[in-house]
Design a protein around this ligand. Structure first.
Ligand SMILES: Nc1ncnc2c1ncn2[C@@H]1O[C@H](COP(=O)(O)OP(=O)(O)O)[C@@H](O)[C@H]1O
Ligand SMILES: O=C(CO)[C@@H](O)[C@H](O)COP(=O)(O)O
Length: 499
């Protein structure tokens, strides 16, 4: 028996779990923090808020499960990917962190393509450069805030900051480093040649390690601040997509995770460096065995339902909304929704894409709109599935994950729209569990990912199978969904420029 701590530094909150290798997750705690939007297109967070929230969560866990907390022997941290944390010589943040949601760097994305060239980007990075990723954000700082840029000593990703607070050492690791798009994927190291071309000093990049390796141990001062024992080993950790797939038991090819959290992802494991030649999906390093995480990213996943609940319907909760949606037949009687409220990555890679309701008539009411939003999110995930399948990725079954998996209606919709069997796991905090498993591998508690997942990932008994009677309705709905974007893309791009 061993006790592991997994921390997931998400976009809107930090969640942490204490895992007993015999009993599974025995304590969970979470704490929200703010996303600051000082101007249109900006999205920032304060790294000190992350640390404050993490300490609060850790103290809560200590209170809830003192005996186990004191016995923790391994720590892993996962978290939101892509963003830019800039630190001064003393390791202090010298500006608010620009997170992945941010869209201020459209001009810098164009500049990177002009200077580096699409071919070199595809060959070395295997991913499209997108607003909110650390590379264009850093160029934005260089151009627009030169006084801050000059004082940057090191940069890192969000969870690296928390690891530094725990161990006293700053470092990066391959999964998050590849998500910055400053990383040469085939070389599994920073892409220094491109940084030279863009006149970025490669010296600000901390050394890059493998996720499972041990980064250091909890220091005396971190122990005093968190109540953790001094000396517990902390692994380098991984971006949240690696944590997520591991926490859903996806450590081999043939299994796919459909996650509906704030955003949405359709993610899988690959032993090989496969990537979509049109760069519509992401291929980043994965945490174990020098493998890869390949996924499609939907920017408006669960947040679309939240937007409908809070901004439009002022509905009391998701449960009531999904009960209403279930009263309406598959296909929402012709109402369709494009969930591009914050732009879209897979497959359009267009920050200017926008949300759209279509097909509304006098007979429709809020129930149709709720159902259409839920269906729209799944159609968007199906776009990701389609592109992954085009790159040769095969799926036996789909594991539904994230807050969206709490709804039986959403799970059945996924089975119907994907046309595949859908299951989900017992755990709610899959990314935190996943990084716990990865920490277990790094510290010798588990021999490998299979052993860790066999031990800690349990699937629900409920299986959802495609309902044949809905197949035709959803096939037609999906074709119209795709056509709607094609027909409106130019208008969306034009109106974004007018803003
Ligand atoms: N009971 C529910 N029914 C339907 N959807 C739900 C339910 N609970 C949560 N959700 C969806 O899950 C989303 C939050 O998922 P979560 O995985 O907690 O997000 P994150 O980890 O990104 O904060 C919500 O925005 C909502 O769309
Ligand atoms: O953008 C991506 C992956 O490309 C997200 O996975 C972020 O890394 C944050 O996820 P949540 O905090 O919303 O779960």
């Amino acid at each position: 028996m061993a006790i592991i701590l997994g921390i997931d530094l998400g976009t809107q909150s930090v969640k942490a779990v204490v895992i007993d290798t015999e009993r599974g997750i025995i304590a969970t705690a979470g704490k929200d923090y703010k996303v600051f939007v000082p101007q249109v297109d900006y999205a920032e967070e304060d790294a000190e808020d992350w640390w404050r929230a993490s300490k609060e969560v850790l103290r809560q866990l200590k209170q809830d499960a003192r005996k186990e907390y004191d016995a923790i022997e391994s720590i892993g941290i996962t978290g939101q990917m892509h963003g830019l944390v800039a630190l001064d010589k003393g390791g202090r943040p010298n500006m608010p962190s620009i997170i992945w949601v941010d869209q201020r760097s459209k001009r810098q994305v164009e500049e990177i393509y002009e200077k580096v060239g699409a071919e070199a980007i595809a060959a070395h990075i295997h991913n499209r450069i997108f607003t909110g990723f650390a590379l264009p954000s850093l160029l934005w700082v260089k151009e627009k805030r030169p006084e801050i840029y000059r004082k940057i000593d090191r940069i890192c990703n969000a969870k690296d900051y928390i690891r530094m607070k725990l161990t006293g050492e700053l470092a990066c690791e391959v999964t998050d480093a590849s998500s910055t798009t400053m990383f040469d994927l085939p070389a599994r190291n920073w892409y220094f040649e491109m940084l030279d071309q863009l006149d970025i000093d490669g010296g600000i990049l901390p050394p890059c390690h493998e996720s499972v390796d041990i980064a250091g141990c909890v220091t005396q001062s971190a122990a005093e601040e968190t109540g953790l024992r001094k000396g517990i080993p902390v692994i380098y950790g991984a971006g949240d997509q690696s944590g997520l797939i591991m926490g859903n038991g996806v450590y081999r090819e043939g299994l796919l995770v459909a996650n509906i959290g704030t955003g949405g992802t359709m993610a899988t494991y690959s032993g090989n460096d496969v990537y979509d030649r049109k760069l519509r999906t992401h291929t980043f390093c994965n945490a174990t065995e020098k493998s890869y995480t390949v996924f499609g990213a939907v920017l408006g996943g669960g947040i679309s339902l939240r937007w409908l609940r809070d901004n439009i319907l002022e509905a009391p909760n998701y449960e009531k909304m999904t009960v209403c949606a279930a009263e309406i037949d598959a296909g929402s009687e012709g109402v369709l929704f494009l969930p591009y409220l914050g732009g879209e990555r897979t497959p359009h890679m267009n920050p200017d894409a926008s949300g759209l309701f279509f097909g509304l008539k006098l007979k429709h009411d809020s129930r149709h709109m709720i159902r259409a939003v839920m269906e729209g999110v799944v159609y968007a995930l199906k776009d990701s599935l389609r592109v992954l399948e085009e790159t040769g990725i095969q799926t036996e079954r789909i594991i539904a994950s994230g807050g969206g998996a709490r709804s039986g209606l959403w799970l059945q919709m996924q089975a119907d729209i994907f046309g595949k069997e859908v299951v989900s796991t017992h755990a709610q905090e899959q990314a935190a569990l996943g990084i716990g498993i990865i920490a277990g591998i790094g510290t010798g508690i588990f021999q490998d990912a299979k052993e860790g997942c066999d031990c800690l990932v349990a699937y629900d008994n409920r299986h959802y199978y495609p309902d044949k009677k809905n197949a035709g309705i959803y096939d037609e709905g999906y074709e119209t969904f795709r056509e709607l974007y094609r027909a409106n893309e130019t208008i969306m791009n034009h109106s974004a420029k007018m803003r």
